[in-house]
Design a protein around this ligand. Structure first.
Ligand SMILES: Nc1ncnc2c1ncn2[C@@H]1O[C@H](COP(=O)(O)OP(=O)(O)OP(=O)(O)O)[C@@H](O)[C@H]1O
Ligand SMILES: N[C@@H](Cc1ccc(O)cc1)C(=O)O
Length: 375
């Protein structure tokens, strides 16, 4: 596969941003080690955003010949008070639930889970000179910048926090260098950590990434944040500014279970969640159901997506691109209820292998029921 095709795979939906494409091309051209990673805190259930958006990109990276890694951020979850802030519970959930949930998510998105390396943060950070790397990075970042970057923990700027939470962003940057990551991947909400990594790359003394004597800058790949299904806090949204703010705040999140479809949800739960979803007729600017259609159903285009309707409402209709479907929706030719039903059935089909797996192996979900999900 030539370099341009590999770049196309990295840029493919749901990628929203690559920092930078030039640097990515450079990595391919010089034959640098292509080591990807995406990190996750360990807390509640895996949803479509965490499982399928990340899974889709992992599948693309594998096709582009990039080594993929999922980083189970147990220490970071402890710092961020997840699962009662109990490290042992966090590690048990990471290995017995999260790993298998991610493997299944990667598989339904066309990736090869057996080729993904799963690394528990404590495996690397309890040994060697990890903390030296953390200090090296910290010496190159101002306190005000660290304070601004706590949004990568799902915290609000200015929120009252304990001191350990200021170490977390520096650890997240160190994770990249310490593991020799050349392709750092996450959702858009994590970009602050990656921008710091790119900026400090050339200044580091401990664990810079070196190839043939050249200090490499990591490439950051950020995927789209799938919207949650809930109604926005303010409606209608008036300005472009307001729109941007609300979109970031409205991402699907495990701490807002009503906003999310989880990968193990039953068909009844999926139908019910979609029935209640925010999806005003003709609204194409802020519409979570359309957002899911754009990034899940039409990740590959053209794709045939059929919406079944009774003959009196126009009969079945098949779309091959998102733009066609969006146009009909905007013109009122496609009713929200018909769209919601079709999306629910699409997800029920897509998630069937995961549901079936958990029916045969209920232990991970039983473990999840027994833990206290604190954040
Ligand atoms: N809605 C989403 N769509 C796409 N990616 C997401 C979404 N939510 C989280 N991610 C990505 O998944 C990874 C893990 O995120 P995280 O553990 O914060 O998930 P979360 O469910 O949003 O948690 P929280 O409840 O703390 O908000 C990050 O790379 C993040 O950007
Ligand atoms: N900050 C990430 C989790 C993470 C932790 C450490 C990392 O190295 C990478 C990612 C999140 O909240 O989802």
């Amino acid at each position: 596969m030539d370099i341009e095709e590999r770049i196309k795979l990295v840029l493919k939906k749901p990628t929203e941003e690559v920092l930078t494409v030039e640097n990515l091309r450079h990595l391919f051209e010089i034959g640098a080690p292509l080591q990807h990673y995406i990190g996750f805190e360990i807390s509640g259930y895996i949803h479509l955003g965490t499982g399928l958006m990340a899974g889709a990109k992992i599948a693309d990276f594998q096709k582009a010949g990039i080594k993929t890694r999922v980083f189970l951020a147990d220490w970071h979850s402890w710092i961020n008070d997840k699962l009662g802030g109990d490290l042992e519970t966090i590690q048990e959930v990471a290995l017995k639930y999260f790993k298998v949930g991610m493997e299944k998510s990667i598989e339904v998105m066309g990736g090869k889970p057996e080729k993904v390396e799963f690394v528990l943060a404590s495996e690397i950070l309890e040994k060697g000179d990890y903390w030296q790397t953390v200090i090296d990075i910290s010496k190159n970042v101002t306190l005000s910048r660290v304070l601004r970057s706590i949004t990568i923990m799902g915290r609000k700027m200015g929120e009252a926090i304990d001191f350990a939470k200021l170490i977390y962003p520096m650890m997240q940057v160190a994770d990249i260098f310490y593991q020799g990551v050349t392709i750092a991947h996450a959702g858009m909400d994590q970009r602050k950590a990656h921008v710091i990594a790119i900026e400090v790359a050339e200044k580091l003394r401990y664990h810079p990434i070196i190839h043939n004597g050249e200090k490499l800058k990591p490439v950051a790949v950020h995927h789209h944040l799938l919207l949650g299904l809930q109604e926005p806090p303010k409606w209608p949204i008036e300005s472009e500014e307001e729109f941007k703010e609300i979109k970031a705040e409205m991402k699907m999140s495990k701490s807002k279970p009503y906003s999310a479809v989880f990968i193990h949800d039953s068909p009844e739960e999926i139908r019910e969640k979609l029935r209640k979803a925010f999806c005003p007729a003709r609204e194409v600017k802020y519409n979570p159901v359309l957002d899911w259609v754009e990034y899940l159903v039409f990740r590959e285009e053209p794709t045939e997506f059929t919406i079944h309707r009774p003959a009196k409402y126009g009969g079945d209709v098949t779309y091959t691109t998102f733009e066609e479907l969006k146009r009909d929706f905007a013109e009122g030719k496609l009713h929200p209820l018909d769209l919601k039903n079709a999306v629910a059935e699409y997800l029920i089909d897509l998630l069937e292998p995961i549901r079936k797996y958990f029916e045969r192996h209920p232990e991970p979900l039983e473990l999840m029921k027994s833990v206290q999900i604190t954040r």
